[in-house]
Design a protein around this ligand. Sequence first.
Ligand code: LMR
Length: 399
Amino acid sequence: MFEHLQPLPADPILNLMVQYRQDTNPNKVDLGVGVYKDEAGNTPIMAAVTEAEKIILATETTKSYIGPAGAEGFNHHVSRLLLGNQHSVLSDQRLAIAQTPGGCGALRMAAEFVAKCRSDVTVWVSTPTWANHIPLLQGAGLTIAEYPYFDKDTKGVQFDAMMDMLSKQTKAGDIVLLHGCCHNPSGADLSREQWDAVAALCVEKGLMPFVDIAYQGLGDGLGEDAYGLRKLADTVPEMLIASSCSKNFGLYRERTGAVMVLAASAEQAKISGSLLFSTIRGHYSMPPAHGAAIVETILSNEKLTQMWDTELTEMRQRILQLRHALADQIAAAGCEQSFAFIPEQKGMFSFLGISKEQVARLRDEYSIYMVDSSRVNIAGLNSSNLDYVAQSLTNVLKG
Ligand code: LMR
């Protein structure tokens, strides 16, 4: 059965972790996979997470099954973190939610759910989008189309082109996948006015927004980063959300996320929930418990929530400082090209805007690792490697 199989190409992001680990150069720099790193280059366990784990260890009484929707307490707190405590979607009971194995689990379960609702929809994704979006959505059998998003010249959003495409090429019932904040891979986010215009377009054209929010708190702040998602939830009758706790709680390997279906009425939310939970049961039965228990423990305890928020704020501010430092350091290295756009962008990622060959040279000659598209994880920089990265990039750009 297996003799005809051919090897598939390695994942463009995850393979960088392997290559980086194998590199013996003491100066190597990892700007590849999107994990937060501190000044020492480590991805620490957040102090609030460690505290929560102590509480869980002391109080957990069973490892018995939970169910396809996961932990009720986690779902309660995460829905409020995203939508805000007072959102009418919550009071009107228009929400079906399930804890999932990470943001990927949420994306895939949302896609499987959509495929069961309607087989003829197209999901519109930004050009470019996160490398795993298309495989996750296509894997559920959905048709994918792309809308223009990142403008390589201005380093911002091609908003007019995006709106033009979405207003002219879509049909009612189509789905628009939007990055809630900290667009991955470009770091270029919609402004508040642009979110408002997207929400109005969705209503006008009968499009359903699908918000993937994996970096809440790492752009401008927890509430600020949820502006677009909340605006859409205020405006449209139906919506999907995939959220992740990998980055903002540092729970990467614990696989902790949530999928949400916002329906037009409480009754439709209930029915949607039954379909969503049965979809989950047919895939992985139910999500792993530990990461969600950590998040629930933090968000249900005022002191731990405060501790977590403080740590998250430090992470966000450090990323912003690194954005400024990188642009300044490249200029100081004598580079002719300006990288002043980097501090304007949000979250972990930006494109350097260099060629694939230049990315390869940085990897092969300097042991600096980034995705072939020239996406860099800004959080992989620190005061020990910043000069080296800026100088190496300048050397490569000089030819
Ligand atoms: C990334 O974009 O680097 C992260 O979201 C990790 C991943 O799974 O690709």
